[in-house]
Design a protein around this ligand. Structure first.
Ligand SMILES: C[S@@+](CC[C@H](N)C(=O)[O-])C[C@H]1O[C@@H](n2cnc3c(N)ncnc32)[C@H](O)[C@@H]1O
Length: 221
């Protein structure tokens, strides 16, 4: 298990999600906010995992667990992990039959080769470019050979301040997210042995989406 400590930057992310956890869980209880196109990629991922042996998925950056529920309903066993104890408390409350743990994408608290699938659903978005390689290495480490990884994120360049979105709920948090080009993420995955199977890049469909959205499906080895 790597001993890499969390960069200080993640303390702010943890604090922000701890603060907004209850409202996040209430506002996004399931995947009804996801576009059908996006869910088609999650369906393809769940299908690839569930048809294999011991179909266990790590929902990495699981938040309040709504994607864990979605893939569990599609034939996968799940384990969620998130930086924020507040989000994990919501996940345990709302999905008591599923497994959740507190931990970081930069040092996943799981053994090598443990999972048939790793889902990174909008959880790399608070990882700065300098940390992306480590997050991809960790995902690949816990994934079995032949296993699948699905990553969803905002496509583009630059940093967005998303604090205002939470001010609407009465929370004074400081939270930024990073946009990434799909090629950059694919290159980082490739460097760990994760080969791209397919990608979806789509334009924003609603007013609250400020950027294009990207999903990459990759396979280890
Ligand atoms: C936008 S939310 C998405 C949550 C969930 N995947 C969903 O779709 O509802 C981002 C989540 O990633 C988690 N996160 C961000 N950076 C992380 C890290 N380095 N390690 C673990 N979790 C992280 C946050 O705590 C937060 O719960």
């Amino acid at each position: 298990m790597p001993l890499t400590p969390d960069p200080m930057a993640y303390a702010e992310v943890r604090r922000a999600y701890d603060t907004v956890a209850a409202d996040y869980a209430a506002y996004l209880p399931d995947t009804r906010a996801e576009a059908r196109l996006d869910l088609a990629m999650v369906d393809a991922f769940a299908d690839a995992v569930s048809t294999g042996e011991d179909p266990i998925v790590l929902d990495a950056g699981c938040g309040a667990g709504r994607l864990s529920r979605y893939v569990a309903d599609r034939g996968c066993r799940t384990q969620g992990v998130d930086l924020s104890p507040g989000m994990i408390a919501m996940a345990r409350r709302d999905h008591p039959d599923l497994g959740f743990a507190v931990g970081s994408l930069t040092a996943l608290p799981f053994a090598r080769d443990r999972f048939a699938g790793v889902l990174l659903w909008y959880s790399i978005i608070h990882t700065p470019p300098s940390g992306l390689a480590q997050v991809c290495r960790e995902a690949a480490r816990v994934l079995r050979r032949g296993g699948h990884l699905l990553v969803g994120f905002q496509a583009g360049v630059g940093i967005r301040d998303v604090s205002a979105a939470y001010r609407g709920f009465g929370h004074e948090v400081r939270l930024e997210r990073y946009c990434y080009s799909p090629d950059t993420v694919a290159d980082h995955l490739e460097a760990t042995g994760l080969r791209e199977v397919s990608r979806l890049v789509r334009r924003s469909l609603t007013a609250h989406e400020r950027d294009d959205q990207a999903m990459l499906l990759a396979r280890l080895g």
